[in-house]
Design a protein around this ligand. Structure first.
Ligand code: HEM
Length: 170
């Protein structure tokens, strides 16, 4: 797995992310209510859900840009800090969100804890010019947390599924 992650080309990751996004978009167009999303299902959520959602969407979009663009230059470093702040916000805010497993934490919270620990390691690695470690961790975070946890967000019953696919009763 380690060497698999190490060998993935950054542009391929951007492509996987973009493909996941378009797949979801097509699914929402064909099966869902993309023409009239049920945004009313978003109303009345706790503040941490809004913080998590907005930070997650920004992290996803900016992540695609960072993977596709050249590395090591000023824009990459500046936007990388912004991305890391957003990603930490995504993981930290999720610690105040429960529901999948009643009022207790669900297995997805393990991803949050992992991100909170591993992301600072990736940042220290970048500061020390340990590019290999830095890129391996960031790739793992984007694929493992963003694509996995983000994709799982659209499963039946969850908030974004109710917005895109279910009726207002959902
Ligand atoms: C594009 C990416 C993401 C989106 C759109 C997203 C969206 C959401 C939303 C709307 C919720 C609250 C409503 C619900 O559970 O249905 C939620 C819950 C949660 N998210 Fe995310 N999220 C994303 C990425 C992540 C990432 C990267 C992590 C972890 C590092 C994460 C961890 C969690 C956790 C732990 C919960 C609470 C689950 C529970 O109820 O036990 N999410 N997410």
């Amino acid at each position: 797995m380690k060497s698999f992650v190490r060998n993935i080309h950054p542009q391929i990751i951007a492509l996987i992310g973009a493909a996941a996004f378009f797949l979801l978009l097509i699914l929402a167009l064909v099966k869902g209510n993309l023409s009239s999303p049920h945004f009313q299902n978003l109303i009345g959520q706790p503040i941490q859900v809004y913080v998590h959602l907005v930070a997650a969407l920004l992290t996803f979009g900016l992540g695609l840009v960072l993977f596709a663009a050249p590395k090591g230059n000023f824009p990459h470093r500046a936007l990388g800090w912004v991305w890391s702040g957003l990603m930490l916000t995504v993981a930290a805010s999720s610690l105040w969100i429960t529901g999948l497993n009643g009022k207790t934490y669900s297995p997805i919270h393990l991803l949050s804890a992992w991100v909170l620990v591993i992301l600072p390691v990736a940042l220290v690695a970048a500061r020390r010019h340990r590019v290999d470690i830095h890129s391996r961790i960031m790739t793992g975070v984007f694929l493992g947390a963003m694509i996995l946890a983000g994709g799982f967000t659209f499963f039946p019953g969850r908030l974004l599924w109710r917005v895109l696919f279910a009726g207002s009763e959902g």
